[in-house]
Design a protein around this ligand. Structure first.
Ligand SMILES: Cc1cc2nc3c(=O)[nH]c(=O)nc-3n(C[C@H](O)[C@H](O)[C@H](O)COP(=O)(O)OP(=O)(O)OC[C@H]3O[C@@H](n4cnc5c(N)ncnc54)[C@H](O)[C@@H]3O)c2cc1C
Length: 535
């Protein structure tokens, strides 16, 4: 079915046109690439499989009875460079959080917790002292993150340039922290830097988001790195108006720039012909272009083009979206407006994380599922109607880790029910008001909670086995001696991978979209472009 904006006549025009670039997939990276190319005067077509644009970067009214537009999949922004926002003139703002994280714990039968403010002030120091007995762990924390920031400030500006070599980056960082992040498994580093299992765990979680691995595997180091380098600070910020605001802005822009957009247009093949042009076939017909940019995952690209399928870990997280009529009080007595203002970690001690990984590796649902919870509306209530704000409603998002796709393969619904029920019970261990009593109730009496397993993410938003980064993250450099590249090239000339699965992809960043567009514009400017002129 054609979307209302596309008539049979306009579709016919697209089928007859020779595009400069066809983009497979209308996620935010496809839209970013389209915007840069169209601004440079190129004719661009986006073919999106789903009924709407945005991929995993959308806001939706998940609970139809309530005007609450939740960031259904991705929810916080760090990796999107300010330069992309300014280059494209996007009206998209992210808001800082006063609290970075709160981690409840039970010690000697008492409910306590670790508070980390974003600016790391006196309340953070006092919290470390109350939890660990003195301020030594807080000092170690500050030293560690000060060192990590040296890496962030060096790497962030390189992300929108051709890949530096490993040696160039190491020389630019020029500090012992290089060895900790690039040469030593992060688990070893944490064991040598920190004493407290909860403190180690809070640091480690950044290495395990969407990455099913042990802390002793470099996959955790790569994931950790991407969580700490965004815009040179690694700060995770709240998208004002929700994640869908970014896509709304991008869609408006590319439409104004004359990009053609087709939804419900799953691509089934793309082939480079002998004249150098590509024919890209979709449910709505075949389109011709000089370049193809694949915003879909590389595993999916390998099914539609003659490129090798990459190996990858499966997705391993549960995403639970909730609408609350009130925030729950905590057993520790900490104000919920403080505790939920940042990332609320549950059961993410270092020991919990290692145990959960081992259990899930051996096909068991973890005894305790590590998870992090976040309340968008404490920072940005604008995703709720005035009425819901006035009544004290809030949203909560839970991201559970170490629940890999394979756990759900044989008995999906029963395992999903077991996992959700465990997660709620784990939350309730720390809550004075059980979460079930705080959830909003729909007109039909059901509670406003929805959960997505990795397999449901594959079904709903085409993430292979639910991998939120399409595939495992890569180091943000090329090895010495490798050819110069933007990290988006494939085995086929003029076919570029510009989604999360590219080198320096992963997350809401627009980086591979930008880099794919730059790779093409560089080719055009060098005269080594694809054959044939756009019509
Ligand atoms: C639950 C969850 C939470 C996350 N949380 C965060 C977060 O807080 N912060 C963050 O930075 N990142 C987060 N991420 C990761 C982030 O959302 C993704 O890495 C990012 O959205 C990828 O963007 P993309 O444009 O590269 O690809 P996608 O958003 O995956 O878009 C690719 C598009 O290609 C389309 N497509 C696939 N196959 C075809 C085909 N054959 N033909 C046509 N179209 C096709 C898909 O339908 C999709 O629209 C999260 C992801 C998930 C799932």
């Amino acid at each position: 079915m054609l979307s209302p904006q596309v008539t049979p006549a306009s579709l016919q025009g697209m089928l007859e046109k020779k595009y400069d670039a066809v983009i497979i997939g209308g996620g935010h990276n496809g839209l970013v690439a389209a915007a840069y190319l169209a601004k440079a005067g190129k004719q661009v077509l986006i073919l999106e499989k789903g009924a709407a644009l945005g991929g995993a970067t959308v806001s939706q009214r998940v609970f139809p009875d309530f005007d609450a537009r939740l960031s259904r999949y991705s929810y916080l922004v760090s990796l999107l460079p300010q330069k992309i926002i300014s280059d494209l003139g996007l009206n998209f703002t992210t808001l800082g959080r006063t609290v970075a994280s709160f981690t409840p714990d039970i010690r000697d039968g008492k409910h306590v917790g670790l508070l980390v403010e974003s600016a790391g002030g006196e309340a953070t120091a006092a919290s470390f002292e109350a939890l660990t007995g003195d301020r030594a762990e807080f000092d170690r924390w500050n030293t560690f993150y000060r060192e990590v920031s040296k890496i962030a400030t060096v790497i962030a500006p390189t992300l929108l340039e051709p890949l530096p070599t490993r040696s160039e980056l190491r020389a630019a960082v020029n500090a012992p922290i290089w060895n900790d992040i690039f040469e030593t498994p992060i688990g070893e580093v944490l064991e040598s830097h920190f004493d407290d299992s909860l403190v180690r765990g809070v640091v480690l979680t950044d290495g395990l988001i969407g990455t099913h691995t042990s802390s002793h595997d470099f996959a955790a180091n790569r994931c950790f790195l991407y969580h700490l380098i965004g815009n040179g600070t690694g700060e995770w910020r709240v998208p004002q108006g929700g994640m869908g605001k970014l896509v709304e802005q991008l869609v408006t822009l590319v439409t104004e720039l004359g990009v053609d957009l087709l939804v419900d247009a799953e691509v089934t093949s793309t082939v480079r012909n002998s004249d150098g042009h590509f024919t890209t076939s979709s449910k709505l017909g075949s389109f011709s272009s000089r370049y193809v940019l694949a915003n879909c995952a590389p595993q999916l690209l390998s099914k539609i083009a003659d490129v090798t399928e990459p190996e990858s870990l499966p997705g391993s997280q549960m995403k639970v979206n909730m609408l609350l009529k009130k925030l729950p009080r905590l057993k520790s007595g900490v104000d919920p407006k403080v505790a939920f203002a940042g990332t609320f970690h549950i059961d993410e001690r270092y020991s919990d994380l290692e145990t959960a990984y081992a259990e899930s590796y051996w096909d068991q649902v973890p005894t305790r599922i590590p998870a992090e919870i976040y309340c968008h509306t404490l920072t940005d209530p604008s995703i709720l109607s005035e009425e819901l704000i006035a009544q004290g409603y809030h949203t909560l998002t839970l991201f559970g880790i170490h629940t890999p796709a394979k756990l759900f393969e044989s008995n999906h619904d029963a395992v999903k029910a077991e996992v959700v029920s465990k997660l709620l019970a784990q939350m309730n261990e720390y809550l004075e008001d059980p979460i079930e009593e705080c959830l909003a109730v729909a007109k039909d009496g059901s509670l406003c909670i929805e959960a997505k397993t990795p397999l449901e993410l594959e079904r709903d938003v085409a993430l292979p086995q639910g991998n939120i980064f399409h595939k495992d993250l890569s180091w943000p450099f090329r090895e010495d001696g490798d050819e110069v590249s933007w990290g988006v090239e494939t085995e086929i000339e003029n076919l570029f991978l510009i989604g999360a699965g590219a080198i320096r992809g992963g997350g809401v960043s627009g980086i591979p979209g930008h880099n794919g567009a730059m790779a093409i514009l560089e080719l055009e400017n060098s005269g080594a472009d694809g054959k044939g002129e756009a019509k």
